[in-house]
Design a protein. Structure first.
Length: 396
């Protein structure tokens, strides 16, 4: 996609590359569950198709996609395996975060490796000020995608202008962290979201930005005025990705149901085929409509992110709060749709080796991420809508 056409819609060629991997990813999903890590074969395939750094601009050797294209490609991956989608989503977002940093930091990352990628965790580690930067220490759980990342965007507490601690983000190379094996879960087993351990890692000043600056679009990159993707809204991009695995998984559950359910008998009823059962009509229709609604909500949010960036405007609090709400509502709609489909398919859907069972576990685990929690999204959106005295209770 050329830079001039950056916000003109979906780059279907990138989405098709993701769709073409669906059989491979689905075939490797069970092994990924057992390994608690997306298989290397899948990671290599996604990397080869440039699906792990879609937002990196062409000047740095990346695909130069817009946010809407990234989301559509991620949903295709999610149809095959929610864990593969989640891994790719976090790598794409955290790699994109690095575009907000100084040109020197970008040179550190991409100067010798145009395919460089980052994972990341927002929770803050502790720092000690030294000449030229900080020494950072901390434990960072849930670092999805770390096995494919050469860098990490990590939260840190630094001293602000008034002496009080402020939240910041620093970029840390892989050589400065170790991985503690902590990822043992019921759902999203294949994401390998283990804990990064950092001890006295040197983070130079040019690789540190405060969350206040990031959250308001005060980026340090010299490409802010000339490159739309380098001025897209920070937290909205990092938020919308969290609905993609739920949407993809829900679409896969619906496809499975439409293929398997119609000729299955409804036990202990007069219906020899489910396709004639009103109960199943209602469940499938509601599920399909909810999945469509979820996809439309995220598509709107992504289109808005891209449009603001293309116009050179940073979205205000109301727009950002709505994008947060869109994400959590989309994830909830998909989770509820999957519940309906599980009931329609009967108790056998909960078998440990059942595809639907894995989808259900994944959706219920991923949907509990703080960026997908509906209560938090609803609170901040409602506060902004009603003009509360302190409308922003959480960053958006």
């Amino acid at each position: 996609m050329s830079e001039t056409a950056w916000n003109s819609g979906v780059d279907t060629e990138i989405v098709e590359r993701a769709r073409a991997l669906r059989d491979l990813i689905a075939g490797e999903a069970e092994q990924g569950q057992a390994d608690r890590q997306v298989t290397q074969r899948v990671l290599d395939a996604m990397d080869r198709e440039r699906l792990l750094n879609m937002l990196v601009p062409q000047r740095l050797g990346g695909p130069g996609a817009n946010v809407r294209t990234m989301i559509e490609a991620l949903i295709e991956l999610g149809k095959a395996d929610a864990s593969a989608c989640w891994t790719a989503a976090l790598l794409n977002a955290c790699t994109w975060f690095c575009l907000a940093f100084s040109d020197r930091a970008q040179q550190d990352i991409w100067g010798d490796d145009p395919n460089a990628k980052a994972c990341g965790i927002f929770i803050p580690g502790t720092t000690r000020r030294v000449e030229g930067g900080y020494l950072l220490s901390g434990e960072y759980p849930y670092a999805s995608g770390n096995s494919s990342a050469g860098w990490a965007t990590l939260g840190m507490l630094i001293e602000g202008p008034d002496g009080a601690p402020v939240m910041a983000m620093g970029i840390v190379p892989r050589s400065h962290w170790t991985v503690e094996d902590t990822w043992y879960t019921l759902g999203m087993r294949g994401t390998g979201s283990n804990t990064l351990v950092v001890e006295d890692a040197f983070v130079p000043d040019h690789a540190v930005m405060t969350f206040a600056d990031l959250g308001e679009g005060r980026y340090e990159t010299s490409h802010f005025d000339t490159e739309p993707i380098s001025r897209a809204a920070f937290l909205p991009v990092g938020t919308v990705i969290h609905a993609t695995s739920a949407i993809g998984a829900a679409k896969a559950a619906l496809e499975y149901t439409l293929e398997k359910l119609p000729h299955r008998p409804v036990a202990y009823t007069i219906y020899p085929e489910s396709r004639n059962s009103p109960t199943h009509h209602l469940a499938v229709a509601q599920a399909a409509s909810s999945i469509d609604a979820a996809h439309l909500l995220i598509a709107r949010a992504c289109d808005d992110i891209d449009d603001y960036a293309a116009r050179g405007e940073y979205p205000g609090a109301l727009a950002r709060a709505r994008m947060r709400m869109d994400t959590s509502h989309a994830a909830t709609l998909c989770r509820d749709a999957i519940d309906l489909l599980m009931t329609a398919n009967g108790a056998g859907a909960f078998a440990e080796k059942s595809l639907l069972g894995r989808i259900w576990r994944d959706a219920n685990t991923g949907g509990r991420h703080s960026f997908a929690t509906p209560e938090i999204g609803s609170e901040v959106y409602g506060r902004v809508l009603l003009g509360a005295d302190d409308p922003i209770s959480i960053p958006v």
